[in-house]
Each structure stands twice: as C-alpha cells, then as structure tokens.
Ligand binder design. Structure first.
Ligand code: 8YV
Length: 326
C-alpha cells in the first residue's frame, strides 16, 4: 500500500526526515529554496500534510488549490502565517510547537536585553574598527540591568521565563501587561506585578515584547507609545515583526527619544527597515531567539509528531483548531 504524501517546506534535520519517512512518502526541500506561493501550491497539491516554518502562508487560496491537505504542522510557536479561520472553514488542522522553545527563547530575550543595555555589539564594532585607543571612565557606559524595572508586554510562557530570569537572577522589579492577569501563584513565581500598558511604558527601564502577532497587536509600540517611555529606556522585541512600528522606532532611536533597542524580528523580514541599519544604538539579530540545535530539533520533532499522530488517526499533540477536522 502506498504511503500518504507529505511536504516539508524547508530544509530540516535528517533525523526528522527519517522519522517521517517511516510513515509517509516525503517530499523535501533540502536545498532550502524559498518557493514562490505558486511553486509552494504546486508542491503541496497532492499532499495530505505539510511541515511549515513561520515563513509559509497558509490561506484560503492555498487551501482551495490543495484540497487534499488535512494538516499543516508549524515548526514555530507563533502561527500568524496561518489563516486559522480559513483553515477551520476548510476543515484543515493547524498545529504549532509550544513549550519546547520556551526556556531557550527566554534565554535569548535576556541575552538581547543584556547586549542592548550594556552596548555589547556597538562597542565591539568600535573595537574591531580599530577605534579603541584609550580607556575612559564613560566609554560605552550603558544602562543598569540588575535592580532595574523590567516591563514585559505579553506574559505567556516565554514572558514568564524572562520574568523569572529578571526577578530571581538579576533582582529586577518585574511589572507586566497582558490581555489577562496571571493567577496569584504564577505572579508570585515570577515576582511580577500586573500594571496597565501605559504605566508599564512610563515606568519600565527595559521593555520586553513577547506578544503573539495578530491584527489587534499590530504596532503595539508606535510613536505614541515610544513617547511615553523613559529617555533612558531600552526596548526589546523578540515577538514578531509588526508588533513594533520599525520606522517610528528608528526615528526614536535617532533622536535619542529612548536609549536603545534590541530587535530579533522585523516588519517585512528578512528585509530590515533601512533606517534601523543606520542607527548605532540598536542590536539587530536575524530571528534567532529559538536557535539552538537541541531546541530547533525538538521543534521539528514536535511538528513531525503532530503529522504522524493526526494522519494515523490519533489526536494531534498541540492542535490550534481541534474542531476543524474533517
Ligand atoms: C521560529 C519563532 O524559529 O517559534 C516561533 O514562533 O518565531 C521561531 O522560534 C520561526 O518562526 C521559524 O519557524
């Protein structure tokens, strides 16, 4: 009997392909080509499932053109590349990859905060350019991290991981804003106090963004919000491009409206707003917050396990729209 056909949209760990190949007839993309939507549709047409990364959009057009597809397994916790409503209407299951990346991503959020506050990359560029001729008392003086106020917008699993690092590791005063308040126990675990978004922006020394992207969270931080922040504050975005108005941020950094920013995600990535590339007080990384080999392997394996479970008639492990299923 022939095996069900699935598609892997991007290059992936060989051991994940091996695992999937025991169950499916697998079309891979180990050359890691970035396919146009048309090519993606061509490849997907005859498949019942697909392993996507955050880069492949699954919308009504794709679903109409590929009626055999039953599951799209995202190798990412964020799933704003899925039109979940269209998927539900079409009876297609979406799954994401939560939990396995929480601590790694929180580590990186903290790394970006540290690098931004203490001007790590800016000072390294200076040194590499041969500009370091003498020590001076204020050379690359940055912002204090320990004991400062850490404001977290978006207090899901990753936000709580960052809060724990700040409160327990660095003695920070943690405040947060979220759609809903944490339980008293969860607040106590990360020593975090719930405040309004406005109070957070006005009082935090460091603002870290960890909210999922949706039309409602588009430009959570724009010119008006930047205007509320302390001139000495740092802004960190490890959430999604589009949560911050990158043009407004570049302007705020240029005018020293805020001290610095650390960005792992961008509007229109992998293209970066050119104005951001011109300002020195921003640390820029190419969407690598979950990028350790064990974590990326666990994300890919979870996506693979979702495909295997669902397509063999069992419940998916991390479903997003479990009632969609045909
Ligand atoms: C992924 C991410 O690496 O999980 C997410 O939501 O942003 C990253 O960890 C990226 O989306 C590629 O799948």
């Amino acid at each position: 009997m022939s095996k069900p056909q699935i598609l892997l949209a991007r290059a992936i760990f060989p051991e994940v392909i091996e695992r999937l190949s025991a169950h499916f007839d697998v079309e891979t993309n180990q050359a890691d080509d970035i396919w146009s939507k048309q090519i993606f549709i061509e490849r997907l047409k005859e498949k019942v499932g697909v392993l996507t990364t955050g880069g492949e959009r699954i919308d009504a057009e794709v679903l109409r053109a590929c009626p055999k597809v039953r599951i799209c397994a995202n190798m990412a916790v964020g799933y704003n590349n899925f039109d979940l409503e269209a998927m539900t209407t079409a009876g297609v299951l979406g799954t994401n990859a939560p939990d396995v990346l929480t601590e790694t991503t929180a580590d990186f959020g903290f790394a970006l905060l540290m690098a931004t506050a203490r001007r790590v990359t800016e000072s390294e560029h200076f040194l590499r350019a041969g500009q370091w001729t003498k020590w001076s008392y204020d050379l690359f003086a940055g912002a204090e991290v320990h004991g400062s106020t850490l404001g977290i917008i978006g207090m899901g699993r990753i936000g709580q991981g960052i809060a724990r690092r700040g409160a327990h590791g660095f003695g920070m005063n943690v405040i947060y804003h979220n759609r809903s308040r944490l339980t008293p126990q969860a607040e106590a675990d990360c020593k975090a106090k719930y405040v309004s978004k406005e109070e957070l922006l006005r009082t935090a020394d460091h603002v870290v963004l960890v909210v999922p992207y949706s039309p409602a969270s588009h430009h959570t931080i724009g010119a008006a919000e930047l205007a509320l922040m302390k001139p000495s504050a740092c802004l960190i975005n490890i959430a999604r491009g589009g949560i911050v108005d990158d043009k407004a941020l570049a302007e705020a950094l240029k005018n020293k409206r805020i001290a610095a920013a650390g960005l792992d995600v961008f509007e229109g990535e992998p293209v970066v707003t050119p104005e951001l590339l011109k300002v020195p007080n921003v640390v820029l990384t190419p969407h690598i917050a979950s990028a350790t080999i064990p974590t990326r392997r666990a994300m890919a394996m979870l996506a693979a396990d979702n495909l295997i479970a669902f397509l063999s008639g069992q419940a998916a492990l991390t479903p997003l729209n479990p009632f969609a299923v045909r």
